[in-house]
Design a protein around this ligand. Structure first.
Ligand code: KIV
Length: 279
């Protein structure tokens, strides 16, 4: 059955932890969907793990729409959330609504996610008023990498912990139905999870959140440029892929592939020389 805002909200009250993974294409979305995930995030992490940028800042609306539409076609049951890329909403409330609308209309997302707390309350309110469900994103927000000076843990001291608590409350009050909290100390995340009535989905935020999200290439060992401490590798698919690619190269070079099993045959005997020289 297709997950909805209502089913996700219910999971918080029934203490049924919410599962979320990223996906960026149809076939991966199908595999994740068939595994029984609750939510798929088409993250702007796309910029790093798919497009090879050093951060998420270069990702465009066109990139997000293209990949969201592919994921949406593969997600039969999972609830699809699409990230609003850098500068698609920061510029104005108007831009925020227009671009959120594009992710829903052209990308066929079920909700949008945007980074930031108190500063973006008005943007969230306006998107929600346009009947578009919003997921907030607070703590370490990767689009602010230049402000933070790196992908660093946030909320370790009183001042920054207070800011994150304010952000969490602002995002909820603005009408977001869930919030992603990234790279914050586990006790702060547990406290915020307790005081919010909307689900808190953690990444690098400890075990007490209402749900967890990971980038799928990280948890499958497919992206080695940068592995954050919070990533658990559930498989080493990257190594298996490299082994398979090497074997393919070796078999093509040696003539072992393709063999008879992977080759088409004629329906009848044909003398090609004769055929070629007829007339
Ligand atoms: O872009 C992304 O993949 C994200 C997750 C890290 C939460 O925002």
């Amino acid at each position: 059955m297709k997950k909805t805002v209502a089913t996700i909200l219910k999971q918080k009250s029934s203490h049924d932890r919410i599962t979320m993974l990223t996906a960026y294409d149809y076939s991966t979305a199908r595999l994740i969907d068939e595994s029984g995930i609750d939510m798929i995030l088409v993250g702007d992490s796309l910029g790093m793990v798919v497009l090879g940028y050093e951060d998420t800042l270069s990702v465009t609306m066109e990139d997000m729409i293209h990949h969201t539409a592919a994921v949406a076609r593969g997600a039969k049951n999972a609830f699809v959330v699409s990230d609003m890329p850098f500068m698609s909403y920061q510029t104005s409330v108007y831009d925020a609504v227009v671009n959120a609308g594009r992710l829903m209309k052209e990308g066929r997302a079920n909700a949008v996610k945007l980074e930031g707390g108190t500063e973006f309350s008005e943007h969230i309110k306006a998107i929600v008023n346009a009947s578009i469900p919003v997921v907030g994103h607070i703590g370490m927000t990767p689009q602010s990498v230049n402000k933070f000076g790196g992908f660093t843990v946030q909320g370790r001291d009183k001042e920054t912990a207070e800011k994150i608590i304010k952000d969490a409350k602002a995002v909820e009050q603005a009408g977001a139905f869930a919030v992603v909290m990234e790279c914050v100390p586990d006790k702060l995340a547990a406290y915020i999870t307790e005081i919010l009535s909307i689900p808190v989905i953690g990444i690098g935020a400890g075990a007490e959140c209402d749900g967890q999200v990971l980038v799928y290439q990280d948890m499958l060992g497919m992206y080695s440029d940068f592995t954050p401490k919070f990533v658990k590798k559930y498989a080493e698919i990257g190594n298996s892929m490299k082994e398979a690619f090497s074997k393919y190269i070796e078999e093509v070079k040696s003539g072992k592939f393709p063999d008879k099993k992977h080759t088409f045959t004629l329906k009848e005997d044909i003398d090609f020389e004769k055929l070629n020289n007829e007339k």
